[in-house]
Design a protein around this ligand. Structure first.
Ligand code: NAY
Length: 289
């Protein structure tokens, strides 16, 4: 399960329905052009927290059907409604997803025992492995080294998607749990995470910049840090402009510019105005030639 995974975008029509054709094109682009090792489905980038349970299932179906066994598939099933998380975990497992992942439960201030119970409840219901999805900036949930260790005691918890700025903690987890998988979650810090020996990365910008992500990751593994830094710099020039223009809508617009039917974002996320669309095209032409 090591390697580079795209945090997959989903294509929606203007009313917020899944655009199956567009989603299939995004899957193919990631497999055939960006050549990633796998897809992380229904994460933040997939606008997972804005869609219904039935839509989540539909996306799991379409992606598995399009990708087949070409790449590894991770299903993000985390939800505040634990019954829903369990149902989705079972659903994705039956479809043949290679692993599941679940965001830490958020909104209410759950204590650690509650977080642990959430993960164990999901895992007790399926014959599959799980990757913790830690993203403190969006969830407000900050777990420490001991708490990660407590979750890792369940053998089915095989790793963590670490989308956090705390690289001291990242280094401590790496050192303490060499057999668990750590995926870097911030694309703009991929080189720094790679130097700390992460096992892979999961990123939204890989939808359009996956090839550079691989260069960074592999150069770092070979110890070619100067070269890796140059590619990270080119990547960050791109990411800075994408973030400035609006992360997910800009990635969608860049995909459209490349001929992919990437559709709209789900409300309340707004789509780009004409100025933003123009800017996205300029970003694509400047940074992704
Ligand atoms: C997800 O579930 O889609 C992710 O968390 C993927 C990681 C991304 N985080 C978010 C919140 O989108 O790729 C990153 C991020 O978009 C990128 O580094 C730009 O900041």
């Amino acid at each position: 399960m090591k390697g580079l995974y795209t945090a997959l975008m989903c294509s929606f029509d203007e009313s917020g329905n899944i655009n199956e054709k567009g989603l299939r094109e995004i899957v193919r682009q990631n497999i055939d052009v960006q050549q990633v090792d796998g897809l992380y489905v229904n994460g933040s980038t997939g606008e997972n927290f804005l869609i219904s349970k039935e839509q989540k299932k539909q996306i799991f179906d379409i992606v598995k059907n399009e990708a087949g066994d070409d790449v590894k598939l991770i299903a993000q099933v985390g939800a505040l409604n634990l019954d829903e998380a369990v149902e989705l975990a079972k659903y994705a497992t039956e479809l043949g997803y290679n692993a599941i992942s679940a965001v830490t439960p958020f909104y209410y201030k759950f204590d650690f025992d509650e977080i642990k119970d959430y993960y164990n409840t999901i895992l007790d219901s399926v014959d599959n492995n799980l990757i913790i999805y830690s993203i403190p900036a969006l969830t407000g949930v900050n777990m420490n080294l001991e708490q990660f260790g407590e979750l890792f005691k369940n053998d089915k918890v095989i790793g963590v998607k670490f989308t956090a700025l705390d690289f001291f903690l990242l280094e401590r987890i790496r050192h303490a749990y060499p057999d668990k998988l750590i995926y870097s979650g911030f694309d703009e810090m991929l080189l720094s995470a790679s130097v700390l020996n992460v096992d892979g990365a999961i990123g939204s910008t890989f939808n359009v910049n996956g090839q550079r992500a691989r260069q960074i990751f592999e150069l770092a593994q070979k110890g070619q840090i100067d070269e890796a830094r140059d590619v990270q710099k080119a990547t960050n020039d791109l990411i800075a402009e994408i973030l400035d223009n609006g992360l997910y809508p800009t990635i969608k617009e860049i995909l459209k510019h490349q001929g992919i039917d990437a559709g709209y974002c789900r409300k309340p996320m707004k789509s780009l105005n004409s100025e933003g669309v123009k800017k996205a095209k300029e970003i694509a032409e400047k940074h992704l030639k």
